[in-house]
Ligand binder design. Structure first.
Ligand code: TXA
Ligand code: MG
Length: 339
């Protein structure tokens, strides 16, 4: 199958593909998603097949607003409308209790809940509007690989397996949305996956304490979000996390062992170590926002350069956006810090 790379003028073709159970990847502000008609069991099954995704990992349904969600849900959480009003379109996914048979059971991997999100990307919102369909949209990568933040990444993983890619530039945020469980109206919302809408921000805007899935605090607990249990985002090259004060030592040790090192960090660190390592991927600046935006692209880029033995990546304090950054980085590194 030829995978067509589509621009904004070709939205009608993208809509036709989706209506005929085709798969069309789309850009969002977080990462690219793999779009398919959420109401078609056949299309959704293909999504699992082309990604190689475990069938117990539910998908997010992408919508044009909370009014659309209301058609599908029961037991509306008292904060649901406020959350949608405050953060949509944006990187927040809401897990809701759905009517029986609202979607084919493959969408939710058999769970009684379905998660919804309104992405903040004009092209994709136009696609959702024009198609009139709710679209599933898992990250458009092969399962286990870093999520795609450019249409090139999508093409690399899925060319020949999907009908189209709606193209846009690099995604602005770089990690997937915050997944917030509001399925029980008697309980406060709970973060199942950290993202760019942070616990601190939610607590400030809502004036309540937001719960966090135990798994995110203690790795040994089973996650409530099935996808969080998989070893995600992992390139083939060994990834090691370097704390701010450990760079010198880490480079010295690697030199002694004659290792070819790739470094991912902001200019502050890169300028110091560049001459001593084999390759660098420099984030746009030293902020955690820039690191988050570059994380998956950097892992993919350095993983492609075959001569590397190890990729050293900068760490950030685990607060605000740093929670989401470190959550993804720890998975890529299999929890390995340089000690
Ligand atoms: O930013 C994003 O959320 C991107 C873009 C494309 O929208 N999508 C994305 O989808 O990251 P995916 O499939 O790669 O991740 C969905 C996550 C998984 O961890 C899954 O287990 C969880 O959301 N999830 C989906 N439905 C759920 C549900 N009903 N209950 C609990 N967790 C759910
Ligand atoms: Mg994913």
């Amino acid at each position: 199958m030829e995978t067509k790379r589509l621009n904004e003028e070709e939205l009608d073709l993208a809509v036709a593909m989706l209506t005929a159970d085709g798969l069309v990847a789309f850009p969002t502000e977080t990462v690219y998603g793999l779009g398919a008609n959420a109401l078609s069991e056949n299309a959704v099954k293909r999504v699992f097949a082309v990604k190689g995704r475990p069938s117990d990992n539910p998908l997010i349904v992408h919508v044009t607003g909370f009014d659309q969600v209301k058609n599908y849900i029961v037991h509306v959480h008292p904060l649901a409308e406020k959350l949608a009003k405050t953060y949509w379109p944006g990187p927040l996914t809401l897990v809701c209790q759905t009517k029986e048979n609202a979607f084919p059971s493959v969408v939710s991997a058999g769970l009684p809940t379905v998660s919804f999100r309104m992405p903040n990307n004009d092209k994709t919102l136009a696609l959702l509007e024009k198609s009139g369909l709710p679209l599933v949209g898992p990250s458009a990568n092969t399962s286990g690989k870093p999520s795609p933040t450019t249409s090139e990444h999508v093409y690399h993983d899925l060319k020949g397996k999907i009908e189209g890619i709606l193209e846009d530039g690099s995604t602005a945020i770089g990690v997937e949305s915050t997944v917030l469980d509001i399925s029980d109206p008697t309980q406060p919302p709970m973060i199942l996956r950290p993202g760019a809408i942070t616990k601190e921000q939610l607590e400030q805007d809502l004036g309540i304490v937001i719960a966090v899935d135990k798994h995110l605090i203690k790795e040994s607990e089973a996650p409530k979000s099935p996808g969080m249990k998989y070893k995600h985002y992992s390139p083939d090259t060994n990834v090691v996390m370097i704390r701010d004060n450990d760079w010198k030592k880490a480079i010295t040790v690697a030199k002694k062992q004659h290792l070819h090192v790739g470094v991912m960090a902001g200019p502050g660190i890169v300028n110091q170590v560049q001459s001593e390592v084999t390759a660098v991927f420099c984030f746009a600046d030293d902020s955690v926002e820039a690191a988050t935006k570059g994380l998956f692209a950097g892992l993919r880029a350095l993983d492609e350069s075959e001569e590397l033995d190890v990729i050293y990546v900068a760490t950030f304090p685990e607060q605000e956006l740093g929670v989401a950054y470190m959550n993804r980085l720890k998975k890529a590194a299999g929890q390995q810090f340089f000690e």
